[in-house]
Structures are given as structure tokens and as C-alpha cells.
Write a protein that binds this ligand. Structure first.
Ligand SMILES: NC(=O)C1=CN([C@@H]2O[C@H](COP(=O)(O)OP(=O)(O)OC[C@H]3O[C@@H](n4cnc5c(N)ncnc54)[C@H](OP(=O)(O)O)[C@@H]3O)[C@@H](O)[C@H]2O)C=CC1
Ligand SMILES: N[C@@H](CC=O)C(=O)O
Length: 848
């Protein structure tokens, strides 16, 4: 089952543990329940050095573990803060002492060791209880003695043992703290199981490592494992190099076939460019594996290409997703890296690397180039023009290698800037846009990477911040992805979805809109990879699953889109009560549903304020007059400085159709059932006949016109006899003939005066008398403007300061499938147009 296919799937997936895990879990359930640690598939959580730098950071990590882990998960840790740098510094100091034979340096060494020990001791005493503090301090002192011996007596042998201490201390401390405060835990030194065959190319002995890890893990205890270090086949300590802890986490995840790895760090995700220098960079919520790997290769400051290696196994059925999230703000959604559908594949980003070399040689031409490529894995190579781009660190090795072949080489300093995205090198439009954006930089060459996930421009000068911003702007300016959720797939919702494919094809503003959710009252189909709009209804019928509002809000909170629009085409008050949470999450709402806009004054004002303060947009033109632009007209008058004094008219398509059609030749109830069948009534036609629907509409318009009033301030004549008011909809429809006599009498009385009956809404504001508002059945002369409408038409009459003697009139179909669905599409286009102009607000959290 796909992870993001439906809300329900997520829940089911969490339950889908293997039988061996169930066995593991059987005897830990009690502890887990006590510690609020829910059951789910194995996850690896890795905490970087900055996330464990201080006692405060470690406490934050503890809370993340409490909230997110269960006992069979694995925690991988880096050394606290800058401990590894300090250990490196000690080592360098000793090397210099040896070379220079200086006495002061040995004092300096003693002092540096003391400082390091003090720093660790302080973390221990600040965090642990007295008993554990005592024990850990004893162990720390032993380690410090050992460190001093290594540094002073046997340094050449113990370089990696020295460096390994940071992770050992960090794992030991976190595990002790977990034991005290969260759950049983044990710390594991990865050198006790992780065997790397060859230190330089980091080939993991998977079978042996996995077997040894199985032995080391103690079921019923949360394992805290050291990152960064391992042993080689001779049993000697080795490290996994720069950002090795991330790599450790993904290796360990592959050893236990984990479902997820989360890298908790001090940045809140992967951005479309380095957000420290590109303010308009947007977070990439979902990155396909291959693209992420390419980004890591080409200089992304958070991702490192090798981190992804253990997770990308084309031969394996198992897919582990990698998350990057901030331990400083765990609620913020980070970036997920894994296998995704088309939408995630549209993301583009820009990255750069300075201080590189362009190496030119005949050895890089044609078939010969393959050898150089295999040996040096250059940043890019052009085997027709005979050049490759390498790091400065590779220069000597490359020169020596070519010298041994008796071939000459020239080097030239260069930089690169690249646009990265799924198979971008195959896309002429992207290459052309990239080239255009680079014009001023006069690139030496443009090269597509081997995997086609990047186009690399080789620059004669270092890449400047200005250039990076220009290129990023050009490449990503229309790349805001908008998710669309449609709630309500009844009469209007169905038509809305039928119109959607053609709208997406022809309206430019909808270019980045993706249908991702469909909801009825009980079922939901959610797919972050997009739902095929041409088959929306049938996919919903086949795949939708039960859901509740909590699951819906949870998904809305986690959704991977830059913007999310919910179109509410339900008649449900309950659904409208979710708006406040949606607005708090920055979700935009388009409503045909009238409940929210006609709710109590306090609730309505609160909604308006919540939407405003979260930059959520909310449109509801179809709540009154279906597709007629009445809401827009009133907004426009008000915003332009006019003041409205009267609003009146026929606001119900149903009642317009009924009273325009009703001439006594057939029973009123027959016409009512006919209107219901045509889809021009509310789902329950008593909402129309009771006057409530018109009352709500008048309230909505009066509020739009700037008046603060409530539903109770509008007198409402209910046309449903009391005996029919409390019935179910079906029972009411079965007894609809009980309406006939009342309307027959009312009609014949009006006709006898040469008049007609119409259900009219009237609102008036007078400086002296204040506000008066009512909706009722009126007897009107046949010549009245409200008396001669095409059945189903609405008419809105507005008097204002500017329209005093001759009121403004808007008239036309005010209900029905096509016009209402059309009106909703008009709102959708308007919101998408506004969102296209919205600048992303990037929170920069710093970079490791
Ligand atoms: N008809 C018209 O001309 C106009 C209608 N409107 C408004 O449009 C809305 C829809 O009307 P219409 O299509 O005729 O109604 P329908 O009764 O035909 O369809 C309603 C849909 O909403 C779903 N629904 C009900 N409650 C919920 C809920 N809590 N969460 C999610 N989905 C829910 C229903 O699902 P399920 O099938 O599971 O019950 C159904 O799919 C109403 O608010 C109406 O006032 C506005 C302007 C004009
Ligand atoms: N029942 C309503 C539908 C639209 O709001 C009407 O008839 O106007």
C-alpha cells in the first residue's frame, strides 16, 4: 500500500508490522504504552551534533524521541556540538608537538583535554540524576585517561579511536537520560557491529553487520547507536568521513529494512537553493531519490550524496524514505526524500560549487574517458570536447595518473552552477531557460549529468550571490505547487469535477494546481502524488476509504504543497466548523457552503481574523446567487468607498423557479419535487421553503456590505407548516402534498388582486432608524421588477450612495449545477492568480 495514498492507509500502515516485530513488541507493549510510544514500523532517528550541542538541545531531542519513537526504533547520534572538531584539534596539536618538539604544546594539550573533559562532565551533571552522573563521570574519566595515553604514547595507531570518542560519549549520555526519563534504552558502539570492508570506498559488509547488529540490540530497549564510526575487517576503528553520521543512519536503516530515516538537524528541510543567500528559496517538501542524490553531489549544504546510497537499491522492493527535519522546531514539516509520482518530479532547484578545476586532456575524449571517469568520478565530463571538472583536491592525483600514461593535461580554475530536477537534462525548455538566465555569466560550457538529473554550467568566475539569485528566480518563478481538495461530491461537486480537466488544460493560472483530495461525508481519497482528474469520480468510488476529521486535519497539517485549497461543496455545518483549523494552517477555502459565512457574529469574526492573520484566502461567491458576481460587486463598491443603504431581491433560485412557474395548474408539491430532481433546491428543500437559505444569503450580503448583524436580526417567514418541520428529509418529501392548500390559497388571493406571490429579501440601513431586515412571501404587482424573472433567476437590487435614484441591478440564474460549479471554478482561478503573486516566506534556520 502506498504511504500517502489515503489517510486511512497511513493508519493501516502503522499497524502493518512484521511478525518478527510483533514478537519483539509483545514484551515491550506495557512500557511503550506508559511512555506514550505508539506502535509502528521501524524508524531510524538520527540527531546531528548541533541538535545535541547543549543540555537544552539534548532535552529537546529527548522530547522528539518521546513523541516519535517506539522501543524497536533506532536512534543514531553524532558527537555533541563541536566535540569531533575538538578531538581533531587535539590530534593535530600532538602532531605539531612531535614535529616541533615544543614543551608549551604539551601544556596546551593538557589544557585542551581538560576543557573537553569539563564540557562533557557539565553535560552529564546538568542532565542526569546523582547516581547516573556518578557512573558516567567515572566512565568519562577512564576515557580521558585512555585518550591521554593514546595522544601521548601511541598516536599513530589511534587516530580513529580518538575521533570515535565524541559519538561514544554522546550515545552513552542520551541513552542514560532516556533510561531515566523516557524508556529503557541501551547505547551501542557501532564498531561492535558495523564492518566496512574498505575504509576509502566505504563498502559495508552487509550480512555480517546486520547479523551483529541483531545480536547487539536488546529488545525492550531503545537502541542509541554511535554514528560516524565503524570498524574495518581487521577490527580497527574507522570513520565514515565528512557527514558520516548521516551515512551511518542510512546504512543502519538498510541493515534493519527501516521504513523511515529522519535526520534531525538544525535546518528545517532542503531548499530550492541555499536559503542563507537566496531569500526566495522555497522548501522542497518531496524530492525523488535520484534528484536528491544529485543535489548532494553538487553542493547542497544539507544533503550528502553518500547518505542516500544505502537507500537507493533499484533491485530491492523495499523503499526507505528519508526525512530532513529541524530538532529546533519539530512541528515544522521538513523534506521527504524517496519514491514519488509526477508532481514531486516537477521540482527544480539550483546549486553551485566554487573553487573547482577544468581539466583538459586527450585522455578525456571518446572511449578513453571512461577510465578517467571511473577513477575520479568528476563533477562533470564532456568526452567529445575532452574536459572534466574536478575538485582542487583531485588535481595532484589526476596529474600523476595522466603522467603515468604519458599524457599532458591543462588546468583552469572554474566554478559551476547547476539546475537540478528529475531528468532536466532531457528537457529542451529547461536547458533553454537555464541558458538564458546565465547569459551575463558567459558560461564556458553546459553539460548534462550522466543520470540527466542536472544541467551543469561551467563558469569562468566564481558563482556570485547575484548570479545564484538570478538563476534561481528564472528557474523557479512559476514553481509554487498548489494542492486542491474537493469536499462534497454531490450534485454540484460532481459537476465541478467534470469541468476540472478542461479548466486545467486551458487556464494558465491553474498550471501548478494538482487534485490531491476528494471527500464525502464518510470517505476520503487522498494522494499526494495527485489524483487523475479525468477519472476522479471512479477513482473515488474504487479507492476512497473511511476517515474522520482528526485524520483530515492531520493530513492537512502534513501536506507537502506550497499552498492548499479546500473547496467546500458540502451543505455541512460540521465541515464548516473545520475552517478555523484550516485557516490556522494557512489553508485557503472556497465555499459554496453557507454555514460559515452566516454563522454567529463571534464565530464569523473569529474566522475572518484567523484567515487574515494566517494569510489564508477565503472566497465564497457562490454562497449567494450561484455564479452571479454579487459578492464581488458588493466588495468592489465597499472597497471603492461607496456605502450601501439597501439590498433587496429574489435570492433563492429554488423559490424563484417555484413561484415563477406556479400558476395553479399543477400542485405546488409536484413542482417542488421537480425542482429537487433538477438540482436547484438545497439537499433538503425545507432549507429553501423555510426561508432559512434566503435569510442566510441576506446575512452574507449584509456582512459583505459592512454591517454587523446576526441571523436572528433578520425576520424570517417559514413556509413549512409546523407539522412538517421536524421530519426526516424523506418523510417530508413523502408528505409534501400537505403544502399544497396553503400555496393554492395564497396564489388565488394574489391573483384576485391582479398580483403575484414572490419570496423577497429586504435589507435597509437608515441613519436614524438603523437596520431592518426580513425575508418573507410578498404579494407584488405584476409590473414589479421582482415579479418578472425567468424561472430560477435571482435578482439583486442595490441602493447606495452612488446608486441612489436608480439602483444597481444584477440578475441571472441564481442556482443550478452548471452555474454554481462554474462560479466555484471562477473563485478557484481567482485564488490561484493571487497565490501566483504570493512570495514564499522562507524561515531560515541556519545551516550545519
Ligand atoms: N444547488 C445549487 O444551485 C447551489 C448549491 N449551493 C451549495 O452547494 C452545496 C452542495 O450542494 P449540493 O451539491 O446540491 O449537495 P448534495 O447533497 O448533492 O451533495 C453534498 C455532498 O457533500 C457531502 N458531504 C456532506 N457532509 C459532509 C461532510 N461533513 N464532509 C464532507 N462531505 C460532506 C455529501 O457526502 P455524502 O454523499 O457522503 O453525504 C455529498 O457528497 C450546499 O452547501 C449548497 O447550499 C450553493 C449555490 C447553489
Ligand atoms: N437552493 C439554493 C441553491 C443555491 O444556493 C437556491 O435555490 O438559491
Amino acid at each position: 500500500m502506498k504511504q500517502e495514498n489515503t489517510i486511512l492507509n497511513k493508519v493501516n500502515e502503522n499497524k502493518a508490522v512484521s511478525s518478527s516485530e510483533i514478537a519483539d513488541n509483545d514484551f515491550i507493549t506495557e512500557v511503550a504504552a506508559e511512555n506514550k510510544l505508539a506502535k509502528h514500523a521501524i524508524q531510524v532517528h538520527k540527531f546531528g551534533g548541533s541538535s545535541l550541542a547543549t543540555a537544552k538541545c539534548i532535552k529537546r531531542a529527548l522530547e522528539i524521541i518521546r513523541e516519535n519513537c517506539q522501543l524497536n526504533d533506532i536512534v543514531v547520534v553524532s558527537a555533541n556540538g563541536k566535540t569531533t572538531d575538538r578531538l581533531f584539534a587535539l590530534y593535530s596539536l600532538v602532531e605539531r608537538t612531535i614535529v616541533e618538539h615544543t614543551i608549551q604544546k604539551s601544556d596546551e594539550l593538557t589544557q585542551a583535554i581538560d576543557e573537553l573533559a569539563k564540557e562533557q562532565a557539565q553535560l552529564i551533571t546538568e542532565l542526569l540524576n546523582a547516581n547516573n552522573t556518578k557512573q558516567l563521570l567515572l566512565r568519562l574519566n577512564k576515557d580521558i585517561e585512555q585518550l591521554t595515553t593514546w595522544l601521548t604514547a601511541d598516536i599513530a595507531q589511534h587516530h580513529n579511536d580518538v575521533l570515535a570518542l565524541g559519538e561514544v560519549w554522546s550515545a552513552r549520555l542520551l541513552s542514560a537520560l532516556l533510561n531515566e526519563q523516557v524508556c529503557p534504552s541501551n547505547s551501542i558502539d557501532s564498531r561492535d557491529f558495523l564492518v566496512i570492508d574498505n575504509e576509502h570506498s566505504c563498502v559495508v559488509d552487509t550480512a555480517l553487520s546486520a547479523a551483529q547488529l541483531r545480536q547487539r540490540r536488546q529488545f525492550g530497549k531503545l537502541a542509541v547507536i554511535t554514528g560516524y564510526i565503524s570498524k574495518d575487517s581487521r577490527g580497527k576503528s574507522c570513520t565514515l568521513g565528512r557527514n558520516g553520521s548521516d551515512y551511518s543512519a542510512t546504512i543502519i536503516a538498510s541493515l534493519v529494512a527501516a521504513g523511515n530515516v529522519t535526520l534531525w538537524t538544525d535546518v528545517d528541510g532542503i531548499y530550492s537553493a541555499d536559503p542563507r543567500v537566496v531569500p526566495s528559496a522555497r522548501k522542497l517538501h518531496r524530492l525523488p531519490n535520484g534528484v536528491a542524490k544529485e543535489l548532494g553531489r553538487l553542493g547542497n549544504p544539507v544533503l550528502h550524496a553518500k547518505t542516500l546510497l544505502p537507500l537507493i537499491n533499484p533491485l530491492s522492493e523495499h523503499h526507505t524514505h528519508l526525512h530532513v527535519a529541524s530538532s529546533f522546531d519539530a512541528q515544522v514539516i521538513g523534506t521527504e526524500i524517496g519514491k514519488f509520482g509526477q508532481i514531486a518530479k516537477q521540482e527544480l532547484s539550483v546549486t553551485y560549487l566554487n573553487d573547482l578545476l577544468l581539466a583538459q586532456s586527450v585522455s578525456f575524449i571518446g572511449e578513453a574517458a571512461a577510465k578517467a571517469k571511473a577513477e575520479f568520478s568528476p563533477i562533470c565530463i564532456d568526452n567529445q570536447k575532452g574536459f572534466m571538472v574536478i575538485t582542487q583536491g583531485q588535481q595532484k592525483a589526476l596529474s600523476d595518473w595522466l603522467a603515468s600514461h604519458d599524457v599532458e593535461i591543462t588546468f583552469k580554475p572554474v566554478a559551476i552552477i547547476a539546475t537540478v530536477g528529475h531528468r532536466v537534462a532531457e528537457r529542451g525548455d529547461i536547458r533553454a531557460r537555464f541558458k538564458r538566465s546565465l547569459k551575463a555569466a558567459k558560461p564556458l560550457n553546459l553539460v548534462g549529468s550522466d543520470n540527466n538529473h542536472s544541467v551543469i554550467a561551467i563558469l569562468p568566475e566564481p558563482c556570485s550571490i547575484e548570479l545564484l539569485n538570478t538563476v534561481h528566480h528564472e528557474m523557479t518563478k512559476d514553481a509554487r505547487h498548489i494542492g486542491l481538495v474537493v469536499a462534497g461530491m454531490g450534485n454540484i461537486g460532481e459537476r465541478f469535477l467534470e469541468l476540472l480537466p478542461a479548466q486545467l488544460n486551458k487556464v494558465y493560472a491553474l498550471e501548478n494546481l494538482h487534485l490531491v483530495g476528494l471527500l464525502s461525508s464518510k470517505k476520503a481519497l487522498i494522494n499526494n502524488d495527485g489524483i487523475d482528474v479525468t477519472q476522479a469520480a471512479s477513482l473515488f468510488a474504487q479507492e476512497a476509504q473511511s476517515y474522520d476529521h482528526e485524520q483530515l486535519i492531520s493530513w492537512l497539517t502534513q501536506n507537502p504543497y506550497d499552498e492548499l485549497i479546500v473547496v467546500d461543496i458540502t451543505p455541512s455545518e460540521d465541515f464548516s466548523l473545520l475552517y478555523e483549523q484550516m485557516f490556522s494552517l494557512g489553508v485557503h477555502v472556497i465555499g459554496a457552503n453557507k454555514w460559515a459565512a452566516s454563522s454567529s457574529t463571534a464565530h464569523y469574526n473569529n474566522l475572518v481574523n484567523t484567515a487574515d492573520s494566517n494569510n489564508s484566502l477565503c472566497l465564497g461567491n457562490t454562497t449567494v446567487g450561484a455564479g452571479l458576481p454579487i459578492n464581488y460587486a458588493i466588495d468592489d463598491l465597499r472597497q471603492s468607498g461607496d456605502s450601501i443603504s439597501e439590498l433587496s431581491g429574489i435570492f433563492s433560485g429554488t423559490l424563484s423557479w417555484l413561484f415563477e412557474t406556479y400558476d395553479g395548474s399543477s400542485n405546488f408539491s409536484e413542482l417542488l419535487l421537480n425542482a429537487l430532481a433538477q438540482g436547484i433546491t438545497e439537499p433538503d428543500p425545507r432549507e429553501d421553503l423555510s426561508g432559512r437559505d434566503v435569510q442566510r444569503k441576506l446575512l452574507i450580503l449584509a456582512r459583505k456590505a459592512g454591517f454587523e448583524l446576526a441571523l436572528e436580526d433578520i425576520d424570517c417567514q417559514n413556509l413549512v407548516p409546523e407539522a412538517l418541520q421536524a421530519l426526516s428529509t424523506n418523510d417530508f418529501l413523502a408528505r409534501a402534498s400537505e403544502l399544497d392548500e396553503y400555496f393554492a390559497t395564497a396564489l388565488s388571493e394574489a391573483n384576485s388582486k391582479g398580483a403575484c406571490i414572490r419570496y423577497v429579501a429586504r435589507f435597509q440601513h437608515n441613519q436614524e432608524t438603523g437596520v431592518s431586515a426580513k425575508v418573507s412571501l410578498e404579494v407584488l404587482p405584476q409590473s414589479d421588477a421582482f415579479a418578472n424573472l425567468t424561472p430560477c433567476d435571482n435578482i439583486f437590487q442595490i441602493s447606495s450612495h452612488w446608486y441612489q435614484d436608480n439602483p444597481l441591478i444584477i440578475r441571472g440564474p441564481g442556482a443550478g449545477r452548471d452555474v454554481t460549479a462554474g462560479g466555484l471554478h471562477s473563485d478557484l482561478v481567482k485564488i490561484c492568480q493571487q497565490l501566483a503573486h504570493k512570495q514564499s516566506q522562507v524561515k531560515i534556520k541556519g545551516i550545519n
